[in-house]
Design a protein around this ligand. Structure first.
Ligand code: GRF
Length: 203
């Protein structure tokens, strides 16, 4: 199973996925790590692992569509079975999303459909919810709205601020994303007609 991972920064989810691939003996491989930011720390980590890396800088393109087309051309060189967005901070155009329909996965730091978009931890605090978490989902043209593959749940504590809540969620992101990637590599994931995800072999 050929994976391409897209990042924009730290790449902690990338590193968790890299560790899974290295230790779990799965039939999957990270074929390339691609960033829209040349200085993303996750690129250095990937290079130290000997993984191919690419930078496609959105600043070099006049339009979102031109950037997305250039990005897709680079991704397609690696012929991925799945494209994993991991801290990739760009909104992708409908054409791009449809080009990778059923193969494009994202992790979003909230319990979707609650709190799409940015600053999800502050949104959760402002809403006074008692539980929060992250969601791994198939990407569709509607932002942070696709079929959900896996979620984590964490308590919101009375003295939480956005930072403490983000840290609690981030720790679960690594568990949830690697679990979802394992299911994808094992070929156990089916997108059903009603837009829900079925994972074969789960109780
Ligand atoms: C994480 O909170 C993730 O949910 C969001 O970007 C943040 C950074 O992720 N998409 P990473 O450490 O770069 O993987």
């Amino acid at each position: 199973c050929r994976l391409v991972v897209l990042i924009s920064g730290r790449g902690s989810n990338l590193q968790a996925i890299g560790e899974l691939i290295k230790t779990a003996g799965l039939n999957g491989r990270i074929e390339a790590v691609i960033s829209n930011k040349g200085d993303a720390p996750g690129l250095e980590w990937a290079q130290r692992q000997g993984l191919p890396t690419e930078t496609v800088s959105h600043r070099e393109f006049a339009t979102r569509e031109a950037f997305d087309q250039a990005l897709a051309r680079v991704i397609d060189r690696y012929q991925p079975d799945y494209v994993l967005l991991a801290g990739f901070m760009r909104i992708l155009s409908t054409d791009f999303v449809q080009h990778y329909a059923g193969k494009l996965i994202n992790i979003h730091p909230s319990l979707l459909p609650s709190f799409p978009g940015l600053n999800t931890h502050q949104q959760a605090l402002d809403a006074g919810v008692q539980f929060h978490g992250c969601s791994v989902h198939f990407v569709t043209p509607v932002l942070d709205d696709g079929p959900i593959l896996a979620q984590s749940i964490v308590p919101v504590l009375h003295d939480d601020d956005a930072q403490t809540l983000a840290e609690r969620v981030l720790a679960t992101e690594h568990q949830v994303y690697t679990q979802a990637v394992r299911w994808l590599i094992e070929g156990r994931v089916r997108l059903q007609a009603d837009g829900r995800v079925e994972v074969a072999g789960l109780a």
